[in-house]
Design a protein around this ligand. Sequence first.
Ligand code: SF4
Ligand code: SF4
Length: 430
Amino acid sequence: MKKKLKPDQAIAKAQDLAEGQLLDEAIALLEVQDGHPECDYRRAGYLLIQGRAAEAEPLYRRILAAMPGHLDTMVGLAGCLVELGRPREALPLLQPAVLAQPQSGRIHYLAGIALDEAGLADHAKAHLAKARALVIAPAERRQLVPYEIYVQMSRRCNLRCTMCGWEIWKDNSGFMTEEVFERVMAEAKIAGITTMHILAGQGEPFLHPQAFEMLERAVAAGFEVGIVTNGTPFTPERIERLAGLGLAYLQFSFAGWDAPSYEGVYVGAKFERTLANLKAIHVALKPTRTRFAVKAVALGDWKESLRKTKAFLASHGIDQVWTVPANNFGGSVQCGTLSPRHGIWSLKRIDHHRLMPCRLFLKAVGVFCDGTVTACGCYDSNAQLKLGNIMEQGLAAIRQGETYGRILDGFRTGDVRDVPMCGTCDDPFG
Ligand code: SF4
Ligand code: SF4
């Protein structure tokens, strides 16, 4: 018989499970500790994330009965009530919370939503504006200079994954020249950037003929370099070289447990070949400083897909698996359901959320292989959010320019409907 975990052990284990998106398992683990206030509080939070507000409500109420005035529980219960369509009941819980923590963006955000849904739109505006201002403030303190950079070493990709926005790509060719890469590193240094992510918009970085030499230079220049790969363009020699690079992280994109489940998503790749690369890279990186993780962006029944992928990879000794449901790729992929309130497609439930400043937009820029700088390092494959070109201007000047300022104003006021991509992206909700 299994020994029952102590509450603090159960909380730590549940947190690990939740970070791996295994919320059902995290909830079940905490259910065993029913009645322990901290375990109940965590369980209610996970239930709420899952959209099970009706089950979370009695847990929050029970904690409050034992600890009247517990602020975090009051805020949690308020979130529940908004989800359950009872925003007026949330207001008396949020008023003291706002007074107690006037600099909490989360509390202002929730108060704004509750007031708005209670039909008090004018009162809601001030709270939502404050919540947005608090998110933007750190970027303003840096005079809008980015602190991370996404670099597109290769615009070319050899696959056609179902969760990707490849159908709208205008071009599927082009590698970053050494001249552009040198400028990227120089401008990033001037901006004080230390974190460099190798992937932007589209493309498989390891298709670049000089990928290894360029990565070696970036690491030697002192950048914490992370890379995302589909794991296909590798040989034993390349894997050995990869292990010697000193990367900060390598994210291997993979989901599936047999040829049909993998090849049906990663169209153009071969299951057996990718799996061999995955296993070899996992082993090669183990003794190095490079954090290795499998990231699977899954469509459809992604929870079931995650469970099967995890079980399959665990049988090969690989347990660093991180899966997220697909997003709508800056509005270019129609997935999930259409939110009646926002008119945006999403796999998330975004109706009870409001637009907040996009954190990717605030923290980073993307630089494409031709030097184009985009406001969206992740999804902007066609440079619709072009801010400038790194061969002509420094990053600070680019971010302080008119285009970035106009989009930022949209996020500040909560209206980016006129901005390409951001206007239909589901990332800034929830
Ligand atoms: S998801 Fe990545 S690997 Fe797949 S087609 Fe898009 S860019 Fe290529
Ligand atoms: S809102 Fe979406 S499209 Fe716009 S910068 Fe953020 S992630 Fe990119």
